[in-house]
Design a protein around this ligand. Structure first.
Ligand SMILES: Cc1cc2nc3c(=O)[nH]c(=O)nc-3n(C[C@H](O)[C@H](O)[C@H](O)COP(=O)(O)OP(=O)(O)OC[C@H]3O[C@@H](n4cnc5c(N)ncnc54)[C@H](O)[C@@H]3O)c2cc1C
Length: 412
């Protein structure tokens, strides 16, 4: 949309079945500005029934304890002037709206799948589709998502992975009373990697409910003869909130997806970019995937517009685009793995305090990113230093927690 609005001829190649049940429904506080830049302001989305307000995140433990995470009211005042609300979105409807706007802005949407690319060394010259069409272009953006990661595979980019492979199961329930925040349900066990359940009100009368666990745990469930719905039901029955919803029944079948947090190194070339989950997969509990995808798209588009006359992306721009994606993915993924998923830190601090320890730098860094607008190499390195510092702190703290004698632990 941004490229077409600036007068470029843009073709978006996406298969027909792309309008599937997408996840990415609870948005981080930086996403609304990015959506507003595409002509989708928060009020409009809420009024049109495509979104609900998200003012906080609540962690609810199986023992009944809970914790609210709310951005500090001081952030709304000078000099920060941060919007304290963000959104939950109905992705099917939001994606339809985005598609409509994309076409209105002059983008040609081709219902096909890219099968292979044509290149001259590190430069792309064309893509070939399953339907047998060749598209040549001076510039390319690969936004093919986690499973395809088209250009990362083509250029054999090195991947950095975080935590174990995971699986998510989710569906939708009708509700009679609107819930205003995102709720995360968990039962942190002292020796176990964390699994958790989300509840996200994507509309005034519908909640998205999902369960995230490791691929290994899922394999054990399956070996016991449990089907996807049995596993899902078993997890939801741990929390009284879902009793009535389960009795009333889900609105449709269970969706499943497998993923692993990771980031590729080298996600920009002389005339191409990798954006969104094709470049970096940030763990869903961070609610940062949509923000990241919109940011990558905006930054890649701005760089194409800046460099279109010379026809090549300078090395400095390539390095800084890549470093920003790399550093943000490492920061969010290392932070959440060390502080919440792995048991060492949460055993010592308790899950609720671990949540605070994670959310404080995570939310602040997103605000810093939005304010700093790190485009050039200098700001990118400054951002990288700050992110690296926090990441180092999380790692050292986690190592200390692992090494300190067990008697000093205070679980709960
Ligand atoms: C379980 C789970 C929960 C999540 N929850 C949240 C959340 O609460 N908040 C949040 O912000 N993020 C969340 N995310 C992340 C979020 O869903 C994504 O980051 C976001 O949707 C951006 O994805 P994307 O556009 O990069 O990729 P996708 O949405 O996967 O889109 C990729 C597109 O490329 C198309 N494609 C693939 N291969 C080809 C090809 N060869 N040729 C042409 N087209 C192709 C696909 O059909 C698809 O349409 C979650 C992720 C998971 C797995």
């Amino acid at each position: 949309m941004q490229l077409a609005a600036a007068g470029l001829r843009v073709v978006c190649i996406e298969p027909e079945d792309a309008m599937r049940q997408a996840v990415g429904e609870s948005l981080d506080w930086s996403a609304p500005d990015l959506l507003a830049a595409l002509g989708l302001p928060m009020e409009g989305l809420v009024n049109a029934g495509l979104a609900t307000w998200k003012r906080h995140v609540t962690v609810k433990l199986r023992d009944g304890a809970s914790e609210h995470y709310v951005p500090g009211a001081w952030l709304a005042g000078a000099p920060f002037r941060v919007e304290l609300r963000t959104l939950h979105v109905d992705r099917l409807r939001l994606d339809e709206e985005l598609l409509k706007k994309t076409i209105e802005n002059g983008v040609t949407v081709v219902r096909d799948t890219v099968a292979r690319v044509e290149r001259d060394g590190n430069r792309l010259s064309a893509v070939h589709t399953v339907g047998g069409v060749r598209f040549s272009s001076p510039w390319f953006i690969d936004a093919s998502g986690f499973a395809a990661s088209l250009l990362a595979r083509e250029f054999e980019l090195p991947a950095i992975q975080f935590g174990p492979p995971k699986v998510a199961i989710w569906t939708y329930f009708a509700i009679s009373e609107l819930v205003e925040g995102t709720s995360l349900y968990m039962e942190p066990l002292p020796k176990e990697y964390l699994d958790w359940v989300w509840e996200i009100p994507i509309g005034p009368e519908v909640v998205s409910v999902g369960y995230v666990t490791t691929g290994a745990a899922m394999k054990v469930f399956r070996e016991r003869g449990l089907g996807v719905e049995d596993i899902f039901r078993q997890q939801l029955t741990k929390f009284p909130r879902f009793d009535a919803l389960l009795r009333a029944g889900a609105l449709g079948p269970c969706n499943t997806t497998a993923f692993r947090s990771r980031v590729y190194d080298g996600v920009a070339g002389p005339n191409w970019f990798v954006a969104g989950e094709a470049a970096s997969m940030v763990d869903p509990i961070t609610a940062n995937g949509v923000t990241a995808a919109l940011r990558h798209a905006a930054e890649a588009s701005a760089l194409i517009l800046k460099c279109r006359k010379r026809g090549t992306l300078p090395l400095r721009a390539r390095i800084s685009y890549n470093r920003r994606i790399l550093q943000m993915a490492k920061f969010f993924n290392v932070g959440i793995e060390k502080i919440l998923y792995e048991p060492a830190v949460r055993n010592r601090l308790g899950a609720r305090t671990s949540g605070t320890v994670y959310t404080t730098p995570a939310w602040s860094m997103n605000v810093v990113y939005a304010r700093l607008k790190p485009k050039g190499i200098l700001k990118t390195y400054v951002l990288g230093l700050v992110l690296g510092f926090w990441r180092g702190c999380a790692w050292i703290f986690s190592e200390c927690c692992k090494r300190l004698p067990a008697s000093a632990e205070s679980a709960g």
